[in-house]
Design a protein around this ligand. Sequence first.
Ligand SMILES: C[S@@+](CC[C@H](N)C(=O)[O-])C[C@H]1O[C@@H](n2cnc3c(N)ncnc32)[C@H](O)[C@@H]1O
Length: 158
Amino acid sequence: MDNQTQQVMFSSKSNDWETPQHFYDKLNREFGPFTLDPCATEESTKVSECYFTPSDNGLFQDWDGQTVFMNPPYGREIKEWLRKAYSESLKPDTKVVCLIPARTDTKYWHEYCMRAKEIHFVKGRLKFGNSENSAPFPSAVVVFESQPQTIIKTMEAR
Ligand SMILES: C[S@@+](CC[C@H](N)C(=O)[O-])C[C@H]1O[C@@H](n2cnc3c(N)ncnc32)[C@H](O)[C@@H]1O
């Protein structure tokens, strides 16, 4: 792992992997137009018309009826964001598109992501924020919407 990647990972903002603009634009064309960014700051938001910051606490807000783009903090709290994304998507006319690390062996992946309508695995690695370097983890785009699900199944390791 090179110095720049280490600095991003171990800084106080290490869980805030800002979406590359070109990748956001692609998702916005395919799944949007997005109307809400629930994980943001004034500086980092991808949806300037409607976003929640840590002081609003997006986890406690209503996402009802929105087309949401969610790139959450990637620390332990990510499971709370996926729980929220899934439960909000059960509301009428609500779609939540999540950009997350493809950690397919985690409990939250099996609890929530496996109930998604679609999962898109990103080929190659994204370059988050202003980094010139690729992320040290693979990414996935998980789409929650209360519509018939694409078939996704699990298999036991043993
Ligand atoms: C991975 S960054 C994504 C930033 C931007 N939305 C993007 O896609 O590039 C996660 C963001 O969530 C914010 N955040 C952390 N906890 C939050 C909370 N409880 N409510 C709203 N935003 C929060 C962080 O400050 C950070 O800006």
